[in-house]
Design a protein. Structure first.
Length: 94
């Protein structure tokens, strides 16, 4: 059950970071700053923070680490991937 809740939470956080209007201005500013100079690492960083699939992986890892501090997560590496995939499935459904 907690795996589903965690996947839903990761889905919501990822969409908040990438799509929500609440932080649109800071997000546009950040994209402008990152892409202000033509450097390969800046382009990759921009891809990382604008790609839903990429950011879901990182948020899932962070979420599993946080949950593991309060409750024992069995097989954290597999749980990390399962949570990321669950969030991606929810994204495909919605």
């Amino acid at each position: 059950m907690w795996l589903i809740v965690l996947a839903l939470a990761v889905y919501r956080v990822a969409h908040f970071i990438i799509d929500d209007n609440l932080i649109a201005s800071p997000r546009i500013w950040l994209h402008t700053v990152i892409l202000s100079k033509d450097r390969e690492w800046r382009v990759k960083l921009h891809e990382l923070i604008t790609c839903y699939w990429c950011i879901t992986i990182w948020i899932s890892g962070f979420a599993v680490i946080v949950v593991d501090q309060f409750a024992s997560v069995p097989l954290p590496w597999l749980t990390w991937l399962a949570v990321a995939q669950g969030a991606m499935i929810v994204d495909r459904i919605t």
